[in-house]
Ligand binder design. Structure first.
Ligand code: 9MR
Length: 439
């Protein structure tokens, strides 16, 4: 896309920038790192999972220190790490990560105080009221140890069942009584009143999934009853066969409407398609209460699913196309609460065309475009070869430039049209609106 942009004549480039339809890469003021760019979008953070064992790897810390402004200890704050023997706490590795983060001015997402998994043997063998009080003591001790150093805690992790039941996950903690989650939140609030307290889960990204709806109802209930919850984490592991859902933005905005912040907490995507990473980033930017994006590792070799190469940096530390896509989306991004945002109805060519990314499959993805400012419009969009549009809807489409520039006019079905693009092996480009002209 850079080559295409460089070929634009200056007046066209200026017009497009003014219209808010396109911000050119490298435009004045564009940030050059993920953390700095997220910070410029209404003080968001861009974080990564960090392993204490890698803090001695300078290739790793060079990227960490340069790119990120938040960290989540990948395993070092889990129950088996922090209380390996009952009543004996062990904070060495977690403290090392916190010290590194603080030394770099990064914030820390604590992960996690109460979870059915990675319990030490002694906890696995407890049940009933003994387990309940051991769990609450753990929450209190760990949150107290890190008081003032952890900005957000994943207080409870993964407490809902997969599938269509919408039920709680069966676990020794769940069997202590349905109120174990709110008890954990109340204990965490008492131990560290200034930390933001989150519920965190996976497979809760699709708004229509039963699990998502069940978590939503729990958060709604907590807010109604005054249980101290401040935020909800969406892991966004689009790996292992799970794919990015086109209604993710609806999920984020619906939870935010309950009065909680939302975080994308463990993002990774199989083969790191740039289009899907762009969509996730834009979804967060579109929701003012989406305060954080965290990727689950730095280089592909750091990933828990390294075979799927799902992260933003290659194993040797190079920036992947997905990295550039995320940085570009952050730099182009607007947020309703961002005072620097261009007005969505800014004039330019007399109308504004905005892209909403749709479903992404392995070989193709959907895009829809909504035009505001005029009912008689002409929108031009560039597709980068070898990508090719295979299906269109709700507009009158014509083609030029060997089939890679499309011109769209209204066809009587409204102001939103859409199309499917085959990636044909190139998953690092995405459609670019080059003009919107009212007539
Ligand atoms: O990435 C973590 C990996 O190193 C651990 O072996 C694994 C053990 O359960 O946990 C991984 O992190 C998980 C996170 O704590 C919670 N959500 C799912 C993550 C991936 O499994």
């Amino acid at each position: 896309m850079k080559r295409k942009h460089a070929a634009l004549t200056l007046p066209v480039a200026v017009l497009l920038a003014v219209a808010g339809a396109v911000v050119l890469p490298g435009a004045a003021g564009a940030a050059t790192t993920l953390g700095a760019s997220a910070a410029a979008r209404d003080s968001r953070v861009f974080g990564t999972a960090v392993a204490a064992s890698k803090l001695s790897d300078t290739a790793y810390t060079t990227i960490l220190n340069r790119e990120f402004n938040a960290v989540t200890p990948e395993n070092e704050m889990k129950i088996d790490a922090t209380e390996p023997q009952r009543g004996q706490f062990s904070y060495g590795n977690a403290d090392r990560i916190v010290a590194h983060a603080r030394g770099q001015g990064m914030r820390v997402r604590g992960h996690t105080l109460a979870w059915h998994s990675q319990q030490p043997g002694w906890m696995q063998s407890l049940s009933g009221s003994t387990l309940r009080s051991a769990m609450l003591n753990h929450v209190t001790q760990v949150a107290t140890h890190f008081k003032g150093q952890v900005a957000w805690w994943d207080v409870v992790n993964e407490a809902f069942a997969d599938g269509s039941s919408g039920a709680r996950r069966d676990s020794n903690l769940q069997r202590t009584g349905n109120d174990w989650i709110e008890a954990a939140f109340t204990a965490a609030r008492a131990a560290d009143p200034s930390a933001k307290l989150c519920y965190n889960d996976y497979n809760t990204d699709n708004w229509s999934a039963a699990k998502t709806q069940a978590v939503y109802r729990m958060v709604q209930d907590f807010k109604n009853r005054g249980v101290p919850i401040d935020c909800v984490g969406f892991q966004a592991h689009f790996t292992g066969g799970s794919s990015y859902p086109s209604n993710f933005r609806t999920t984020l905005s619906s939870f935010a409407a309950l009065g909680v912040d939302v975080h994308i907490t463990e993002l990774d995507i199989t083969n790191a398609p740039a289009a899907a990473y762009t969509s996730v980033t834009n979804d967060c930017l579109a929701v003012p209460r989406c305060r954080a994006i965290t990727v689950w590792g730095i280089r592909d070799s750091d990933s828990w699913r390294s075979g799927e190469s799902p992260l933003l940096f290659t194993s040797s530390g190079g920036k992947k196309a997905a990295y550039t896509a995320v940085l570009t989306a952050l730099n182009n991004g607007t947020s309703p609460s961002d005072p620097a945002s261009p007005s969505p109805s800014s004039p330019g060519g007399g109308c504004t065309a905005s892209i909403t990314p749709g479903t992404v499959w392995g070989d193709r993805y959907n895009t829809s475009v909504t035009v505001t400012g005029s009912s008689t419009w002409t929108v031009t969009i560039d597709i980068t070869a070898p990508q090719k549009v295979s299906t269109t809807w709700s507009g009158a489409f014509t083609w030029s430039n060997g089939g890679n520039t499309m011109t769209v006019k209204p066809n009587g079905s409204g102001a939103t049209f859409g199309f499917t693009t085959m990636t044909n092996g190139n998953s690092s480009a995405w459609p670019q609106i080059t003009s919107c002209t009212a007539s």
